[in-house]
Ligand binder design. Sequence first.
Ligand code: NAI
Ligand code: A1CAB
Length: 266
Amino acid sequence: MSKITIVGSGNIGFSLAKGLVKSGQYKAADITLTRRNIAALKQEADLGFGTSDQNAEAVSQADIVVLAILPQQLRKVMEEIQPVVRTNQIIVSVVSGVSCADVKTVLGGHSVVVRAMPNTAIAIGQSMTCIATDNATDEVVAQVEALFEAVGAVVVIQEDLMTSATALCACGIAFFLRAIRAASQGGVEIGFHAHDALKMAVQTAKGAADLLLQTQNHPEGEIDKVTSPKGCTIAGLNEMEHHGFSSAFIKGIKLSAKKAGGLYND
Ligand SMILES: NC(=O)C1=CN([C@@H]2O[C@H](COP(=O)(O)OP(=O)(O)OC[C@H]3O[C@@H](n4cnc5c(N)ncnc54)[C@H](O)[C@@H]3O)[C@@H](O)[C@H]2O)C=CC1
Ligand SMILES: O=C(O)[C@@H]1CCC=N1
């Protein structure tokens, strides 16, 4: 079993750790999580994970190192671990806007670096994770693919598309969550209690996603089945479009992608 050290036990680092254990393929004892303040890792320790506030020591004991700190925290952390990084370790960076070349500039040209862009559904094994590398071998990429396949779906992409993947998938989960919240707010206005409205919106969204996943049909084909002529669905849908629904989504994704590309030097 590979030993994994996740540097940075924040939203995505801890979600990844929980998802890996939930998958049944990894044991908490094989995963170490780090933070600057060890006292902040009590929840992780209670779940059986290894915990540490010594990044270099924790990294030196790992086969796979996942960098899960903020872009602005990365340079300092990489300088700390640089002396102990070995070429037989895989460095997986989930840090937005930081290229494999950026990582190697600090860790050394021979380090083996793969980028991964998951989303927070990783905690329940439902992430959409995109993976990219500049020159890690196919064998290394397959190992990283296997790691993230334990916690959701994986697509291997070209590295120059990683900021786009960040916007569409990592930020994207927040966009869909907001859409569900908006639907529930509409539901309250037309007569449901908030709790019921949210439950209805969530299940309806899940049904829509599962319909596409299971049938592989195009969304517009499924929409055509809902919109009866002169009916209430097309009336609502067209009203949303008059107010820029698709346009707002597209513009939001484009802005997130632009922002994601500049995070390292912000
Ligand atoms: N939150 C998300 O949904 C996703 C985030 N990412 C990327 O993951 C990275 C982390 O993001 P979040 O988890 O949202 O941030 P976060 O702020 O929740 O987590 C960062 C963690 O790193 C810890 N940390 C800071 N300095 C440290 C140091 N010197 N040593 C050890 N730990 C240290 C912090 O205490 C914190 O727990 C970012 O680069 C982000 O771009 C990627 C995909 C999704
Ligand atoms: O908002 C952010 O910058 C991070 C990266 C993708 C998701 N969260």
